[in-house]
Design a protein around this ligand. Structure first.
Ligand code: E4P
Length: 224
């Protein structure tokens, strides 16, 4: 299973590449705003950094959300962005225009990530239109009291039933439990924030157990 980091912060991404061997990066307008840098500057910085770690690692870059209903505008922006870095995957929303733009960009050889996916039928349409990734937003759904396991399983089952080439990129992941939910449901990728991974990789019993083992270690001679 692939782990992507959801961030536009160069320090977080560098750390995650080096220490966690993450497989890719997803960005969105919130992450770009939080980085404190202009959009084009930060996405190109991230693209370059990730490229140094491997050409198989992608960076998802979101198109202008104001243009969600204008497929031609999404296509034009997607073409411009894809030209900036070979590892960019262009993000557009699960809207009628977003799906159509995905089809058009895919036909031109540009990889697309259909974002803001909240239903299995939206995921199916993304797959039909040739999406490289589709991003079910499970954190937002769970926060709204909706179930997520069946949602992910349905996306995976639909993809497998029809052998679509789309990878299921489970997004807006908030904790280790949701990472496991995605893994058990056979999703291809999860994307989560820096803090989510940092917290998920720890367990208080690991720390507690180390303290116990250190104490026994210190009471035992190492050699005769
Ligand atoms: C996915 O590609 C999105 O960037 C992301 O997961 C959205 O989640 P957020 O609510 O953490 O911004």
């Amino acid at each position: 299973m692939k782990f992507f980091i959801d961030s536009a912060k160069v320090d977080e991404i560098s750390y995650a590449l080096e220490n966690w061997d993450i497989d890719g990066v997803t960005t969105n307008p919130r992450h770009v705003q939080v980085s404190g840098k202009p959009f084009l500057k930060v996405v190109q910085e991230v693209g370059k950094l990730v490229m140094q770690a491997g050409m198989d690692k992608t960076v998802s870059v979101q198109t202008n959300p104001h243009r969600h209903a204008d497929f031609q505008a999404i296509v034009e922006e997607g073409l411009r962005l894809a030209d900036l870095s070979e590892n960019f995957v262009i993000k557009m929303p699960c809207t009628e225009a977003g799906f159509r733009a995905c089809r058009e960009l895919t036909e031109k050889g540009i990889r697309c990530n259909l974002t803001l996916c909240f239903s299995a039928v939206q995921a199916l349409q993304a797959m039909r239109m040739g999406a490289f990734y589709v991003s079910p937003f499970i954190g937002w759904k769970e926060a709204n009291g909706e179930e997520i396991r069946q949602f992910i399983e349905e996306c995976v089952a639909i993809r497998d039933n029809y052998d679509y080439g789309t990878e299921i990129l489970v997004a807006a992941v908030r904790n280790g439990r949701q990472i496991v939910d995605a893994a058990v449901s056979a999703a291809d990728i999860v994307t989560a924030g820096f803090d989510v991974y940092q917290t998920a990789f720890q367990h208080p019993y690991t720390v507690d157990g180390l303290g116990k083992f250190q104490s026994f270690w210190d009471q035992t001679p190492y050699d005769e």
